[in-house]
Design a protein around this ligand. Sequence first.
Ligand code: PEP
Ligand code: MN
Length: 340
Amino acid sequence: MKPLLIAGPCAAESEQQLLETARQLHEIVFVHNWELAFFRAGVWKPRSNPDSFAGMGEKALPWLARVQRECGFAVCTEVMTPEQVALCERYDIHTLWIGARTGVDPIAVQQLADAVKSKPFTILVKNPMVPDVKLWAGNVERFLKANVKQVMAVHRGFADSNENVYRNAPCWNIPIDLKVQYPDLPILCDPSHLCGHTRWIPQIAQLALVYGFDGLMLECHPQPDQALSDADQQVTPRQWEEIIESLVFKNNVPNRELIKQRALLENVDTQLSELLARRFQIVDEIARIKKENNLPVVQPQQWQQVCKRYLKPGQDIQYQEFIEEFLQILHLHSIKKQQS
Ligand code: PEP
Ligand code: MN
């Protein structure tokens, strides 16, 4: 089965920008005989900085309606309040997403669920900012109970106070847990918000498919460097085409238990590589301090004490040997770096 595709700009900036994106995407999907399930564009943008572009608001809704009419795409946008739901309904926009920021507020989510109750809406529930599968599942449940046309989940990564490679931490085990709880719920991945930069998008998109995700939401802008929001993570329609073309789809039913363990391993490996990068930065600082104070690079006693702290008696001998070897490599590397 082909993944479900959603593409479009982070935000609707002008009628012309929306139509240009939609027309280019239309041509691409036509040539490849693909299907764009939804064209996305944010109209109300929840931004951290109050001076950032906050979306064009209501006046962008007729532009979205025009894309829907002229390109035949179903369009979707983010809503945070019941009033916004009513406005979308007025413009015949029946696919709405619940953003990661709204997702941390159960009262707001319930108000939205009440606003769409028993209506023919498709609701995309993004994961909340915090890595809490119960909160995400609770939000999904509110819309399932509201008896809308369809509910889907979207994994866009989680806020994390550490400095990460990605804008948001993937925590793959969380969407996979959600899938175990709701086997019939389609789960898409949004590599754009997860990565925060286009350079990681192809690999995250592919990984999501390997983990059995049902589709991909990608931000796509005709001139990403001029985008009014999320410029670093938006691809051009042509780049979008290349990414989708490069993906390998497999039809075999994934082994959920294996996938879950792999996802946990992937989380650990991501953390390990980030920790190592941070360690190297600290080593650079230490080198600078030693140099300024004329201290020797190698301080054997200090290092022996560090090793002792990590080697605990009673641990599996193979594990101990591995840790010892690993620490030696790290130490040698640090010495080389400090001497260079
Ligand atoms: C978006 O999709 O444009 C958006 C703001 O999403 P999120 O809630 O995932 O940050
Ligand atoms: Mn965005």
